[in-house]
Design a protein around this ligand. Structure first.
Ligand code: LLP
Length: 426
């Protein structure tokens, strides 16, 4: 079982996650509810690992895409490392049992404290995003009497044609160092005694749906590493080629995993480097759904609105990236179709899950599955409008476990207090 089509499927009109009826889970745990398939998660990981097996990469699952401990643990058990971007993700990855020597740490704003914690844990690699950050890592490492393994993240100036919020490999984004300055930067950083300049890192954006962007960027990276070797910087032995591999949300064409592997392998082999990968969405995206219940139907201004109990605070991708997520009722499908907007209760016109969507007719009380919500779903949720965050459930075969409890209204005010001066009446 490797993708949503198999892990999430209909039997006699009822949606199942593996062998568990999704409707039963929603009745038991309420909505909105995130449901993940262990078989889909591990199947996707294995498909990637298989495609790359000839070059034995370090696969560092990108924790930001879905950081639930049970999800990270499911992958760590298969040998996955983790791509982390904060002290919080370091904590999660270690807690889920990811070995520290399989952790890579990216992000443009690492603080001294995060750097120190990562050095103390003994991570595999820092992906350095700027020269000042390199100096900070060198300083912190020196203070601890250790040498920090680092890869310079280069910006190859390639347009991966992703949404403007998620493109990173084009000149002018905040990520990495311009590739045309990279040799000079490596020369400068080579003088810092507590850095081991052992890698190059590149990540183009997300999701990437054509191989051409990877080909272009990797050609530039190969040229860079050859130039470094020409000027005597021979320490580069790891090639971290990031993540970004697209998935099918609707029916769009995307990159075939075998072709992706062949392209990346060819470049890593040309340089005789250890390959590192940071896949997120490819593993988690189609391994999860968000379920939400219809509260009301409403006609207004020539439109039909289906108002559901899941909102932009639960799944922000439609509002933030115009992301398309297929939506279908979890039971009793087949009642004809109509065109509707599926919207949440949050007080913003941007609060929608689908606009002008031609979909099966649904009524008040029906539960809907919002597909492809395993990546950048729950992790991007918030308490906006003082809405408690959803519960998360992991299904393994015929067994379902709550892997994060639904927040309560008490959780919403935890940590808040009213100063004494305000407690007394005027
Ligand atoms: N490595 C780096 C350095 C990254 O910045 C990212 C994602 C990844 C790996 C994993 O990319 P993936 O394989 O998941 O495509 N919230 C957006 C996506 C943001 C991606 C951020 N970086 C969305 O919902 O589409």
């Amino acid at each position: 079982m490797t993708d949503r089509a198999e892990a999430f499927h209909y039997r006699d009109g009822d949606l199942y996650c593996e062998d568990v009826p999704v409707g039963d889970l929603c009745a038991e745990h309420g909505t909105p509810l995130y449901i993940y398939s262990h078989a889909a998660l591990t199947g996707q990981y294995k498909a990637l690992a298989d495609a790359f097996k000839r070059c034995d990469p370090v696969i560092c699952y990108s924790v930001k895409s879905n950081s639930n401990l049970a999800v990270v643990r499911s992958l760590a058990r298969l040998g996955s490392g983790a791509d982390i971007v904060s002290g919080g993700e370091l904590h999660r990855a270690l807690k889920a049992g990811v070995p520290s020597d399989k952790l890579v740490f990216a992000g443009v704003g690492k603080t001294d404290r995060e750097i120190g914690d990562a050095l103390a844990a003994g991570i595999l690699l820092f992906n350095i995003e700027s020269v000042p950050e390199a100096y900070a890592i060198d300083r912190v490492a020196r203070g601890m009497g250790v040498v920090a393994p680092v890869a310079l993240r280069v910006n190859p100036d390639v347009d991966a044609q992703t949404h403007r919020h998620t493109t990173t490999g084009k000149k002018g984004t905040k990520f990495g160092v311009d590739i045309d300055r990279a040799v000079a930067v490596y020369k400068e950083l080579n003088e810092l005694p507590s850095l081991d300049l052992c890698g190059v890192h590149v990540h183009l954006g997300s999701p990437v749906t054509t191989l051409a962007a990877y080909e272009d960027a990797l050609d530039r990276v190969v040229t860079l590493v050859e130039s470094l070797r020409d000027v005597g910087i021979t320490s580069v032995r790891m090639l971290n080629l990031g993540g970004g591999l697209g998935i099918v949300y609707r029916d769009e064409a995307t990159v075939d995993v075998e072709e992706y592997a062949a392209c990346l392998r060819r470049h890593a082999e040309a340089l005789d480097c250890q390959l590192i990968l940071e896949p997120g969405r490819f593993i988690s995206g189609n391994s999860g759904v968000m379920c939400t219940q219809v509260v009301y139907r409403k006609e207004a201004g020539h439109k039909t609105f289906v108002i559901v109990d899941g909102a932009m605070n639960d799944l922000i991708r439609p509002a933030f990236y115009d992301g398309y997520h297929a939506i279908r009722p979890v039971t009793g499908a087949g009642r004809g179709t109509e065109t509707v907007d599926v919207v949440g209760p949050v007080c913003e016109s941007g609060d929608f899950l689908a606009k002008d969507r031609h979909m099966e007719r649904v009524d008040e009380g029906d539960v809907l599955a919002v597909f492809s919500a395993g990546a950048y779903g729950f992790v991007m949720s918030s308490n906006y409008n003082s809405r408690p965050r959803a519960a998360e459930v992991l299904v393994m075969g015929d067994t379902a476990s709550v892997v994060r409890e639904r927040e309560t209204v008490e959780d919403l005010t935890r940590g808040e207090s009213i100063p004494d001066a305000l407690l007394a009446d005027q």
